[in-house]
Design a protein around this ligand. Structure first.
Ligand code: PLP
Length: 409
């Protein structure tokens, strides 16, 4: 008899995006012809940088000729891209990352979701609340999260690190020992950012507890404050205790093109039951080469083009465009009397709605025809908040904020 992985039955159905879709569909049915402005889901809206398009075209042409055609490439990514990543994203910031520590992939969602596979099922896992749901659900699927507790609205087997107004959505260190910690800065959904001093505390905790930090830096490119770290490897000692995830999705508009990477430093170790240290780089290399066959050659060339002088200038413009939207949203919401986090070094603005998340969502949908994301969908600590995303045209953002102002004033 074929049996299922019963851990999947512990998964809480994610009602968030399907609920939003249902409410939006009902609104559209009741208001045909009304222009809806979507500032909910975190997908980019602007075209790919010209440097990437040119590289994509050139690489596609290479694929047409027998003499330049490429079949399977190295699973870890082509050297041209791994070298560009190590040099520009890390070494240029004083962080020691070598090209062979970079694993190119087709998304940070898969990487952040898959990495736990090489770790023991006995690991005690800590997540922040609110949280990017992938970290939680992949641990539920693996069987590390325990049972869903209706009373607490949480999984019994996970350690939740609360974000709130008081700590500015930078949760404190766990008060009990944990083995695996998911951190995401700049944060989705809250837009909060961690200082070097704060990351130092996490690295020190991980060292003291022989724990591992999975550091999701998918929104690193939005950091404008020069004092903030872009990579956890800017922190001394992090190479021994942290794996970092990056993505071109928001950095360069690659959500539909798909390219990302994971850094696993050679010093980073995990242990067997008998205490023997094992290289995570070797384990991840084994897993990656077994289960993944590489990102397409044209896409890796397009990613490489991001590091050319033209590419760098173009992604700066792209990010500045969204950050200008973010600043505008934050200013308008603040002027309306709502406390905001994010929007300065992040494309997300996390707004204290001073009411139930869904009620606030419904108000913006039904009275302003603007879609946001209710904070409660990201965890218990998100209740009372909404997330507004800056990914849209400035014209739409302006119109959305005019409508929201008229409703909330
Ligand atoms: N990590 C975070 C925190 C995200 O918000 C997202 C996407 O929204 C991802 C990872 C996924 O990135 P990718 O498009 O590379 O899969």
């Amino acid at each position: 008899m074929i049996r299922i992985n019963e851990n999947y039955q512990s998964l809480q159905a994610s009602y968030l995006f399907s609920d939003i879709a249902k409410r939006v569909a009902a609104f559209q049915k009741a208001n045909p012809g009304k222009k809806l402005i979507k500032l909910g889901i975190g997908d980019v809206t602007r075209g790919l940088p010209d440097a990437c398009i040119k590289a994509l075209h050139a690489a596609t042409d290479e694929m047409a000729s027998d003499s330049t055609f490429r079949g399977y490439g190295p699973e870890q990514g082509y050297d041209f891209l791994r070298e560009a990543i190590a040099k520009h994203d890390f070494q240029a910031r004083g962080a020691n990352v070598q090209p062979d520590e970079v694993f190119v992939s087709d998304g940070a969602k898969c990487d952040t979701g898959n990495f736990q596979e090489v770790l023991s099922l006995d690991c005690k896992v800590a997540v922040t609340d609110p949280v990017y749901p992938v970290y939680v659900d992949t641990n539920v699927m693996a069987g590390r999260a325990g049972n869903w507790n209706k009373e607490t609205g949480r999984y019994d087997g996970l350690v939740y690190l609360d974000g709130n107004r008081e700590n500015g959505f930078i949760p404190a260190l766990p008060t009990q020992p944990v083995d695996l910690i998911y951190l995401c800065f700049p944060n989705n959904p809250t837009g909060s950012t961690a200082t070097k001093a704060q990351l130092q505390q996490w690295v020190a905790y991980a060292k003291a507890n022989k724990a591992l930090i999975l550091f999701d830096a998918a929104y690193e490119a939005f950091i404008t404050d020069d004092t903030l770290p872009h990579s956890i490897y800017e922190i001394e000692g992090a190479r021994e205790v942290a794996v970092e995830f990056r993505s071109y999705s928001k950095t360069a508009g690659f959500t539909g093109t798909r390219c990302a990477y994971t850094v696993v430093p050679k010093e980073c170790m995990a242990h067997t039951g008998s205490g023997e240290a094992v290289s995570l780089h070797a384990l991840w290399n084994r897993r990656h080469t077994t289960k993944f066959n590489g990102v397409s050659y044209p896409v890796q060339r397009a990613a490489e083009a991001i590091y050319s002088p033209q590419g760098q200038a173009q992604i700066k413009q792209l990010i500045a465009y969204y950050l200008n939207n973010a600043r505008y949203i934050r200013e308008k919401m603040t002027a309306l009397g709502y406390a905001c986090i994010g929007g300065d070094n992040s494309p997300y603005i996390w707004i204290d709605g001073k009411s139930d998340s869904w009620a606030f969502f419904d108000k913006l949908l039904n009275e302003a025809a603007v879609v946001c994301t209710p904070g409660a969908g990201f965890g218990k600590c998100g209740q009372g908040y909404i997330r507004i995303s800056a990914f849209n045209s400035f014209e739409n953002v302006q119109e959305a904020m005019e409508r929201i102002s008229a409703v909330l004033r």
